[in-house]
Design a protein. Structure first.
Length: 365
């Protein structure tokens, strides 16, 4: 049995919206979230906007503390082994923050200091990474002269410098051209073959399907589906598939017949000249019933073509079940901001009072 490298157990996180130091509203980001990632997996972490992906990543990396629940890395609770566990994680955020005045080597030296790496290790390991990531010919340039793709590759080098056991990527292909995406995919597969566990969060589902072995789909702060992509697709396929039909005609009577079945949805009804193209969403075992009803209603069926189930179909099927809440990360109002706000209110009151006084004087005149 493969050991879990990362395990989340009933992790809960609320954001408290404050005004003048008082909590006026609580927004739930994670609701007893549980899932695990095994050693050697490339795990796709999916969910709609506001589902809780970013909050989960921040809790795993230690940027945020969860309110309840536990997070284990290699069997150890991150609350008790903060520094040790952080050394096991490499993190590439969606928005890369690097110092533009530094060169690639200087950037690695800067980040290597956070992990107490010696100069010799930084030089040796850094040189290997820069060569692997195609940056060895740009060593004299500063980061400000780098393209977005080059900056992402350098940020990836900083995440890999301390040889982590888990690499967490948040929208890593964002802003990359097709060539850059392909190069990143090849690199990640190569790193995974060498034993690196990867958590890949992305909105590009085709990329996740091509790269990942397993996925977890989060919605409203809960894990609603987790497992291998192939098994999840088979499960969803039994629930709903897309079916394309070409028929000689498709009228209101046909629509009424199909719409009576709650397990059938008409996604498209398109006129192609001599025939019509109909796309249905239905359970696989309903295909004979549909064809039987159409033929009985005098229709000629020229072709029937089931669509291959994709990860996008899985994602839409799972996330359509519940409405998604917005994920908020409100900031507390500190004392300085409170003073500024109080001053603004005082100024506003003063202006309003002067305005009202002016109106009263005009009435008296």
């Amino acid at each position: 049995m493969t050991a879990n490298l990362l395990e989340l157990n009933k992790v809960h996180k609320d954001y408290r919206i404050r005004r003048f130091g008082r909590v006026i509203r609580t927004s739930n980001a994670l609701n007893k979230l549980s899932f695990n990632v095994e050693k050697g997996q490339i795990f796709g972490f999916l969910g709609p906007n506001g589902a809780g992906k970013t909050t989960t990543i921040k809790c795993i990396t230690g940027i945020l503390n969860c309110d309840n629940g536990t997070i284990y890395i290699d069997g150890k609770n991150i609350e008790n082994n903060g520094f040790e566990n952080k050394n096991k994680i490499g993190f590439l955020p969606e928005k890369v923050g690097l110092y533009g005045s530094l060169t690639a080597q200087q950037t690695l030296e800067f980040y290597g200091g956070f992990y107490s790496l010696s100069d010799s290790i930084i030089e040796e390991r850094g040189g290997e990474l820069l060569d692997l990531l195609g940056l060895s010919n740009s060593l004299v340039k500063t980061v400000s002269e780098y393209s977005l793709g080059m900056r992402k590759r350098l940020a990836l080098a900083t995440a890999l410098l301390h040889e982590p056991e888990i690499l967490i990527l948040d929208e890593p292909t964002s802003g990359l051209d097709p060539r850059g995406v392909k190069a990143l995919r090849t690199l990640l597969l190569d790193l995974n073959e060498k034993g690196l566990t990867i958590i890949f969060s992305s909105h590009i589902l085709s990329e996740v399907q091509e790269l990942c072995t397993d996925v977890g789909i989060i919605n409203n702060g809960k894990m609603i589906r987790q497992g291998s992509i192939s098994k999840i697709m088979e499960t969803v396929k039994k629930t709903a598939i897309k079916l394309s039909l070409r028929v000689n005609n498709f009228d209101e009577k046909d629509k009424k017949i199909l719409n009576k079945n709650k397990d059938i949805s008409i996604l498209e009804n398109k006129n192609l000249g001599k025939h019509r193209k109909i796309i249905l969403k239905l359970k696989e075992d309903l295909i004979p019933w549909v064809t039987e009803k159409l033929v009985a209603n005098g229709k000629k069926i020229f072709s029937i073509e089931p669509h291959n189930t994709t990860l996008e179909d899985v994602f839409l099927t799972e996330t359509e079940k519940k409405d998604t809440k917005d994920e908020e990360e409100p900031k507390d109002i500190d004392e300085k901001n409170m003073t500024n706000i109080t001053n603004i209110y005082n100024i506003s009151d003063s202006v309003i009072n002067r305005s009202n006084l002016g109106k009263e004087n005009k009435r008296k005149k």
